[in-house]
Design a protein. Structure first.
Length: 221
């Protein structure tokens, strides 16, 4: 939760982004990304929604994946490009500057896996549904969707503590960046609505972070 809220601040200083996110999340962000990378099969074609500075993309490329990653932030992509070249992975990772609305230009059935970390919280409900429908379209049959993001606790006590901690951080973020953040809600229902089958869904101890894995079902003739 803290890492995502402060992410809006760190995005204005992309060179410090990775270190800041790792510190503010007490290492959770990098653990999450390594967990995703562990699922990669060599030769997989992966789409990353919101590639940021390419930390996850590089981990997946090291596992043998070919990645297309997009992001709306040109400064973040500039840092990503430097890291990719320095790692000698320019042939494994492609970058595009675009948002989720650009996903309609991607060919159908062209990816084995789609990943998104700390991005859906930045999207409106309509944008989330659009991204999920496009993910369903561009994934191959039996393709995998992985989403890790901030969520809002359902239990009253945890929600109260969550709000108590989150409100001052939201105000601080808005003062510095003139932007705000919001937790994703109803993600499981949306994922099912567009036709995915959820195979794994885990919440953090405070129910403020969700890790969701879903599969695109094969079409029976």
């Amino acid at each position: 939760m803290l890492s995502y809220i402060y992410m809006k601040i760190l995005e204005s200083q992309p060179e410090r982004y990775d270190r800041g996110i790792t510190w503010l999340s007490f290492g959770h962000s990098i653990i999450m990304k390594r967990r995703i990378a562990e699922q990669i099969k060599p030769g997989s074609r992966v789409l990353e929604i919101g590639i940021g500075t390419a930390t996850l993309a590089l981990l997946m490329a090291q596992q043998g994946a070919d990645i297309l990653g997009f992001d709306v932030s040109a400064p973040m992509l500039a840092v990503a490009r430097k890291k990719i070249v320095a790692a000698g992975m320019a042939d494994k990772i492609q970058l595009r500057e675009m948002g989720v609305t650009g996903m309609d230009k991607l060919p159908a059935g062209s990816f084995d896996m789609i990943v998104s970390t700390l991005v859906f919280s930045e999207l409106s409900k309509d944008e989330q549904l659009y991204a999920l429908r496009q993910a369903q379209r561009v994934l191959k049959e039996n393709g995998i969707l992985v989403i890790a993001d901030e969520t809002r606790p359902k239990r009253r006590f945890k929600r109260f503590l969550y709000s108590l901690i989150r409100l001052p951080l939201l105000l601080f973020t808005f003062i510095l960046t003139q932007t705000t953040t919001k937790a994703v809600e109803g993600l499981e229902e949306q994922v099912r609505e567009v036709g995915f089958r959820i195979t794994q869904c885990q919440l953090s101890n405070w129910d403020s972070f969700i890790y969701l894995v879903a599969r695109k079902e094969s079409v029976t003739p």
